[in-house]
Design a protein around this ligand. Structure first.
Ligand code: AMP
Ligand code: TRP
Length: 331
């Protein structure tokens, strides 16, 4: 499971709500492309999830559901390490250490912090501010080469690289400098109700996002109500952000280029595009949903998977953590 000759990828998703097709096309689908050529660590980042308020019962359920989704999408626990972040204490530990090598100014520039802190009112949890340091720790603990994420995470990844380079130059080569893996057309799936905004599982308007677990009727309803424009031409351009978004979702499934879709739909209406997209989404998601429901009935199996994942993750990450502590001067 840990092949020394292979490079390593690390990625994670927060169990902070129902996963959307943004998570699926922006992250998980790219993991699937890479999984056989890399040592893989796929984490359920529950420590990140508590930077905004979570209800304990729901959080518990969502952590298992995210694991079930990873498995149902085709990640093999015998080949990839699947684990829950809070089970592996090295993450919180390195995060404290890296807190001391990160500047307030850097964190204040993070777009996600600026956006999320506006939403929580006057009392902003410190964790929301230091969130990118925990993410840097996740990545750096595994000598990660590549981090497959959506484009919203690019800035956090650049910070992780800066922190790693700073530490390396202060002491000596300790951390590997990770590279982002961001696939252009699927890296930012937009809201179905406001195509200028990222699709997000925490949006207050349910029609703005499609969940991986949405049933056929919800998929039909949400796609048919998705916001387009009055131009009436199926064309991939920034003046038609709604249509561009639907094309991006479509090609994430079919593998076509935007141009091929434009040609195929020449002279056709938005209704036809939406109809095809609906049926492609149903075909893509329904087998996954069936599997998720099966895995959710088998909690013993899920426990077996995350327990094994935790053990490997701890062994690998603790090696780096020990090296860090030694370099700093801890006894
Ligand atoms: P999160 O739900 O914030 O934990 O995100 C988990 C992963 O999904 C990250 O790699 C994100 O970049 C990716 N992601 C989340 N929302 C979207 C979206 N709307 N489009 C593309 N990728 C996304
Ligand atoms: N911050 C990421 C997000 O919200 C989730 C995440 C946490 C992550 N740690 C990570 C992604 C490490 C990649 C690598 O999308």
């Amino acid at each position: 499971m840990n092949n020394q000759n292979m490079k390593t990828i690390f990625s994670g998703i927060q169990p902070s709500g129902d996963l959307t097709i943004g998570n699926y096309f922006g992250a998980i689908k790219n993991w699937l492309k890479l999984k056989d050529e890399y040592n893989c660590f796929f984490c359920i980042v529950d420590l990140h999830a508590i930077t905004v308020k979570q209800e304990p019962k729901k959080l518990r359920e969502k952590i298992l559901e995210v694991l079930a989704i990873y498995l149902a999408c085709g990640i093999d626990p015998n080949k990839s390490n699947l684990f829950i972040q809070s089970h592996v204490s090295t993450h919180a530990e390195l995060s404290w250490i890296l807190n001391c090598y990160t500047y307030m100014g850097e964190l204040s520039r993070m777009t996600q912090y600026k956006e999320k802190s506006l939403k929580v009112g006057e009392s902003i949890p410190v964790g929301l501010f230091t969130y990118p340091i925990l993410m840097a720790s996740d990545i750096l603990l595994y000598n990660t080469d590549l981090v497959p994420v959506g484009s919203d995470q690019k800035q956090h990844l650049e910070l992780a690289r800066d922190i790693a380079e700073r530490f390396n130059s202060l002491y000596s080569e300790t951390f590997k400098i990770p590279e982002p893996y961001i696939v252009q057309n699927s890296s930012r799936i937009m809201s179905l109700q406001n195509p200028l905004k990222k699709m997000s599982k925490s949006d207050e308007n349910e029609n703005s996002y499609l969940k991986i677990m949405d049933d056929e009727n919800s998929i039909k309803r949400k796609i048919s109500r998705s916001i387009t424009d009055s131009m009436g031409v199926i064309s991939y351009n920034d003046d038609q952000p709604g249509i561009k978004n639907l094309i991006n979702i479509l090609i994430s499934i079919t593998g076509e280029t935007p141009k091929e879709v434009e040609e195929r739909f020449e002279g056709k209406g938005y209704g036809e595009l939406k109809k095809e997209l609906t049926s492609l989404l149903i075909d893509e998601l329904s087998p996954i949903q069936k599997q998720v429901n099966e895995f959710m009935k088998n909690k013993d199996y899920l426990e077996e998977v995350y327990t094994k994942g935790k053990e490997t993750a701890y062994i690998v990450s603790n090696k780096i953590l020990r090296k860090v502590k030694r370099k700093i001067g801890f006894i």
